[in-house]
Design a protein around this ligand. Sequence first.
Ligand code: NAD
Length: 514
Amino acid sequence: MLPSLSGTAREPPARPRAAPGSGTGRAALRARAGAGSGRKGAAMSGRFASVNPATEEVVGEARDGTPADMDAAIGAAREAFDAGAWSADPRLRARCLRQLRDGLVAHASELRELTVAEAGCPVFLTYGPQLDAPVADLGWFADLAESYEWSRDLGVGAPMGMTSRRTLLREPAGVVGAITPWNFPHQINLAKLGPALAAGNTVVLKPAPDTPLVAEFMARIVQQETDFPPGVLGVVTSSSHALGAQLVADPRVDLVSFTGSTATGRSVMASAAATVKRVFLELGGKSAYIVLEDADIGSAAAMAAFAVATHAGQGCAITTRLLLPRARFDEGVHAAARTLGKLGVGDPADPGTVCGPVISAAQRDRVESYLRLAVDEGGAFACGGGRPPERDRGFWIEPTLVVGVPNSARVAQEEIFGPVLVAVPHDGDDDAVRIANDSPYGLSGAVHGGDEERALAVARRLRTGTVGVNGGQWYGGDVPFGGYKQSGVGREMGVLGFEEYLESKVVATPHGGQ
Ligand code: NAD
C-alpha cells in the first residue's frame, strides 16, 4: 500500500530538476536562479526555488506549502495517532523505519549529490553526519522500538493502607511537530523522525526553507517504498517560516521538537506556552576549544582550525572560541592561521574540500557584519576576514581567525555560524574553565592537554552537553546530544532522546486480596 502523506506529500513532489554541486559538469544543472538574484527561496506560483549556495544555480523547486496544507497535515497526524494502529504497534514502526533506512540507502548516491548541491556541504561529510550516519541510525531506533521496556513493574506499595501493585507504562506523547534548520538537514530531520516515530508518535515535519528538496526526497521514499500508514508522517515544505509558527500554535500538536537558533527557540517556547505543549529545543552554541599549557599547541590549534572550517562553520556544536595559554598564544595563533589559510574554500563536490560556501547571501551578509564588528571591537584578522577574491558566484567567506578581542566581545559571545574562530588567551586551567563557561550557551566543547586526567578534570567542569577530550568524538545515534543554558532543553538521540517523545503513566491495581 502506498500511504497518502499529508501536506505537501499528498501529491508526490516532482523530482529535482538538477542536483549536484558545482564542477560536476552536468548540463542539467545549468538552469540559473531567477534574474541572477541568487536569492534562496524565491517563490514561484505554488513552488519555490532551492538555490545551490556554491553556484547560485537553481537546484530544483519545492512545493510551497500553504497554511491549509499544514492544517491538513496536522489533522491527518492527529487522526493517525488517535485512530490508527501505529501508536500501539512497535513492530510495525520498526518495519517502517527499516524500510525508510533501506530506501535512503538505495538512493544514497542521488541524495549525496542533492545534499551537496542544496546545503553546500562538503561531500566528505555526507559519508558521516550529513547523510550516511543518520540514515544508519534509523536502524538503531527501529531496534529500540522492539527492545524498549514499555511497561515496568514498580513493585508493591501500601499507600493509605491499600496494598497495590504499581506499573509504569511508557506511551507515545502524541502528535509531534518537528521543525528543522538547513545546516545538517538529514541529520536533524532523521534525529527527530527516528526516535519520535519509533516511540509511536505521528509527526509533521517542517523543514527549513533553504533545504526543502532533501526533505521532499525523503518524503517520496516514505510514500513509494515503505508501509507507513497514511497521516503518520507529513512533510510540509514552505518558503515561509510562518508554517513553523502555525505548527507550534496548533492545539492538536502535543509536542514540538525544534532545532534552530536560540532567538527562534525562544519564540517557539513562548508560543507553545499558550497550549502548554511540551517543547524540546536544540539551539545555538559558542563552544570553546581549550588548549592546556601541557598540550601539543601546534596540533591542537590545527585541529581547532579544521573544526571551524568544516562546512564553513555552520554547525551548532562546532568549537568557535579557541582558548590558548597566554604564554604560548602567538604559537597557537600561527598554527591555527596556517591551517585555515591552507584549507581555504573549495567546491563542496570536491572530496578534498573542507570549507564550502555558506548557505545564502543573507547568511554571508550576517557573517560579514560580524567581521566588521570584530574590527569595531578592536580585533584583527590573523587570516581571512572577508570574501575569497577568486569566487564571483556563490556565497563564500574565507576561513577567518580573529585575535585581539576579549571573551566579553560580542564576536566572542554571539553565534556567528560561519568559518570564524576567535582566539582568546587564558591563564591556566581555572581561568580556561571560567572563560569557557562565560557564555550564554552551553552546547559543546573540547579540551586538549598532554595529561589526559588533567584534561578530563577540565572537561568535567564545563557546563556543556558534550565535550571531546584530546580529539575524542562523541557523535552517534546512540549518544544523547543537547545543551545546557540557552543551547536548549532536552536531549536528542540515544535512549534519552527517544524518551523525550514518551509520556509516563502509572497504573495501580489491588494486590494480595485487599
Ligand atoms: P532558524 O531558527 O532561523 O530556523 C529554524 C527552523 O525554524 C526553520 O525551519 C524555520 O523556518 C523555522 N522557524 C522560523 N521562525 C519560526 C517560528 N517563529 N516558529 C516556528 N518555526 C520557525 O535557524 P536556521 O537559520 O535555520 O539554523 C541555524 C541555527 O540553528 C543556528 O543558530 C544553529 O546553532 C542552530 N542549530 C542548532 C542545532 C542543535 O542541535 N543545537 C543543530 C543545528 C542548528
